[in-house]
Design a protein around this ligand. Structure first.
Ligand code: SAH
Ligand code: SF4
Length: 426
């Protein structure tokens, strides 16, 4: 979500005549799009913004702007306001469309501007984006979140859940496809509740069916699915939706029913495993990925063991694991049974010891198979082509860069915990 906002901000700035430069020194405007999901993300921002002070003092015309989730949190915004006087513009997640006005406003009166309206405006839908890939695009289908998981800041920083008009979504994707996009990633904090704010029977599956009919589009992905809202209709429709990728990101967070209840997640370990079994029965080659939090307040060794037990039952292809990070004004942060950092760290490491061999086993199972891959580019060392399979797995393989942007068949010849190695088929 944040990444796509950055693509939109880039479009806004380029539309105003700004061009990207290679260094902070050269820039006329330096803009931060912040994340507030964990403290570590916030800390990086304070450090980086602080380090720009001498540069701003030397060149007062350089504009420094900060937006994103952190600026929709009172405490973080106040910290910037109090201790980073060299910041010129503060904007929020919901008013990106106002950025040109804020930048022009600053030029005319040279006073710091703070505008962090926390309600979604349809004006945001008029913003285009500079996509980081010509072949794949992130597409918002909804904004905000109504779930209030007790550890999470998102409902406070991104406001209430609102679904975009399906016509707008379809038209956006059609335009992208006309320009060469082949894959879309549909974005929402809880895509399975898509349509609830539209007041008719149009739901996520209705939207997927329409997108599946778009000529020239090859693959559809989505994130994130909340286990409490994933429907049998979606699972049962999967085989008919031929463009829908065979991968599902289904955040578990914890395997303990006590912790899940305290997190306000509205499902149990049993319900979660039941969903997984249904999807495995309907789409047998589904690749499953998840988010896990260790060290939620009050998490006992027994609770943690339940997470390990669930991991072993589900067998994830890959996972994002997080140490619980207290976020101001969230109910979990107020609790007095916080888990010491050392214990969180130990559990985190134990979790990886369980997760990695499963991921390696899943990837090793791919060896010998022929997979269709969208060639996305060249790896960081400029040696191999990189692409993703229908299952979302990363494949590195030798080949000519002329085929970047096309779908090719690749034979999987090697695997590690995080990626596959392939050979191009003739
Ligand atoms: N809407 C998505 C998640 C968005 S946030 C969903 O419900 O699945 C992405 C992930 O960050 C979450 O799934 C959770 O695992 C993690 N996260 C959120 N708040 C956190 C916190 N306070 N500490 C640690 N991890 C957190
Ligand atoms: Fe946060 Fe829960 Fe909403 Fe996801 S569903 S964004 S974890 S409150």
């Amino acid at each position: 979500m944040n990444e796509h906002d950055s693509e939109k901000i880039a479009w806004i700035l380029e539309n105003m005549g700004y061009l990207p430069v290679d260094s902070d020194e050269e820039a006329d405007i330096i803009l931060f799009n912040t994340c507030a999901i964990r403290q570590s993300a916030e800390d990086k921002v304070y450090g980086k913004v602080g380090s720009l002070k001498p540069m701003k003092n030397a060149n007062p015309n350089k504009i420094i702007a900060i937006g994103g989730c952190m600026m929709n949190m009172d405490e973080s915004r106040d910290k910037i306001l109090k201790s980073h006087g060299h910041v010129d513009i503060i904007f929020g997640t919901q008013n990106l469309f106002k950025l040109p006005e804020l930048i022009r406003g600053l030029s005319s009166n040279n006073k710091r501007i703070v505008d962090v309206k926390a309600e979604y405006s349809v004006e945001n839908d008029k913003i285009n984006a500079i996509y980081s890939s010509p072949y794949k695009a992130l597409v918002n289908i909804m904004y905000g979140c109504n779930n209030f998981c007790t550890y999470c800041v998102v409902p406070y920083t991104r406001g209430r859940e609102i679904s975009r008009d399906p016509k707008q979504i379809i038209s956006e994707i059609e335009k992208l496809v006309d320009k060469g996009t082949k894959e879309v990633m549909l974005l929402g904090q809880n895509v399975n509740s898509y349509g609830k704010s539209l007041c008719n029977n149009y739901n996520f599956v209705s939207l997927l069916k329409e997108i599946n009919n778009i000529k020239g589009l090859k693959r559809i992905r989505f994130m994130t699915s909340h286990p409490k809202d994933i429907s049998d209709e979606l699972i049962e429709s999967w085989p008919q939706l031929d463009k829908l990728c065979h991968s599902l990101h289904l955040p578990l967070q914890s395997g303990s029913n006590k912790v899940l209840k305290e997190m306000n997640r509205h499902y149990t370990q049993e319900k979660y495993i039941n969903i997984v079994n249904k999807i495995k029965a309907t789409v047998p080659d589904i690749a499953l990925t998840t988010d896990l939090i260790v060290g939620f307040p009050g998490e006992s060794e027994e609770d943690f063991e339940k997470t390990i037990e669930t991991i072993k039952k589900v067998e994830y292809d890959s996972s994002y694991t997080f140490l619980y990070s207290p976020r101001s004004n969230t109910p979990a942060a107020e609790r007095d049974d916080q888990i010491p950092h050392r214990v969180k760290q130990e559990r985190f490491e134990k979790l990886l010891v369980e997760l990695y061999p499963i991921a390696l086993k899943k990837n090793t199972n791919e060896i010998g198979k022929i997979r269709e891959v969208l060639v996305e580019g060249i790896d960081k060392i400029g040696e191999n082509l990189v692409g993703r399979t229908l299952h979302g797995k990363l494949v590195n393989f030798p080949g000519d860069k002329d085929i970047i942007g096309s779908y090719v068949n690749v034979k999987i010849v090697g695997a590690n915990t995080f990626a596959l190695e392939g050979r191009l088929m003739e």
